[in-house]
Design a protein around this ligand. Structure first.
Ligand SMILES: [Zn+2]
Length: 279
């Protein structure tokens, strides 16, 4: 992959807004590629996010009376009863995800390695980490990464009541919007422990539940080579890889990605981020 496929936040937002504007509902998941997003028209777009992305100068180019496509009606997501485990799409595509951060000790190194290879990834952040490290969310936005919601304090949701789950999720979406520039479209339950309330509340808040296919179990600190092995042996089209950039000493994770990322690229994998596809 070429460096020029690494999107600026603005370009990513424009492409995303155009895709959403054309979509009535969203549901199925497609592993997006830089090439496809780049071909998406940025011309008439609808909705508040599009307006925001275009910025004030573009806004002034709009006719004062306003015509063109009707404002997209807010759509409700289907309430799933299980999370998404892998992504669809053609080709040898995989999605990299990093949970529990951002952490100033480890996340910048992971971002550096991703940038070096021109790869975008997903970061499922915790609100209590995000609020202390907003500049890292801004960097993720600038470098085209996707930020998802991983709750505020990383609790076991199945032990909480509905109001507590809502608070955990809402506060986190609020801080992501503040620091990253838009509300998250993806949610991941801590420990992969989902319940009906989490699925319902996630859908209410416009987030799809995403789990993973291959768990590096890097949080057990099994050694860099073991982590590398798990990713390389688990690689396959559609696979979503789980790693952690916080929650303990993640120096093995940081070292491992420097090995397995070039290996996956050399093996022909296209490492990408998903987007929601109209159905
Ligand atoms: Zn977690």
């Amino acid at each position: 992959m070429q460096k020029d496929q690494l999107f600026t936040r603005r370009r990513a937002l424009l492409a995303g807004a155009a895709a959403l504007g054309a979509a009535g509902t969203a549901g199925l998941i497609l592993a997006d590629s830089g090439e496809e997003a780049a071909r998406t028209s940025v011309a008439p777009v609808a909705g508040p996010q599009a307006r925001q992305a275009l910025g004030p100068s573009a806004f002034r180019l709009q006719p004062l009376t306003g015509y063109g496509p009707p404002r997209a009606a807010p759509h409700r997501l289907k309430v799933r009863d299980e999370p998404i485990l892998r992504v669809s799409g053609t080709g040898r595509r995989m999605v990299l995800t990093f949970d529990d951060g951002p952490n100033p000790l480890y996340t910048p190194h992971i971002l550096d390695t991703l940038a070096e290879h021109g790869v975008r990834a997903m970061f499922f952040v915790c609100g209590e980490m995000a609020v202390e490290n907003k500049e890292l969310l801004a960097r993720m936005a600038d470098e085209g990464h996707v930020v998802g919601n991983h709750t505020w304090t990383h609790p076991l949701l199945t032990a909480l009541d509905r109001g507590e789950i809502r608070s955990e999720m809402e506060r986190t979406s609020d801080v992501i919007e503040d620091a990253y520039g838009e509300r998250p479209q993806w949610f991941r339950a801590p420990y992969g422990a989902w319940n009906r309330a989490a699925f319902q509340l996630g859908a209410d808040m416009g987030m799809e539940p995403m789990a993973w296919t291959v768990d590096t179990t890097d949080w057990e600190e099994p050694g860099t080579s073991t982590i590398v092995d798990r990713v390389e042996s688990g690689a396959a089209p559609g696979v979503v890889v789980l790693s952690h950039d916080a929650g303990g000493d993640r120096s093995q994770t940081v070292r491992a990605i420097r090995e397995w990322l070039p290996y996956l690229l050399d093996s022909g994998y296209h490492l990408t981020v998903p987007r929601r596809r109209p159905v």
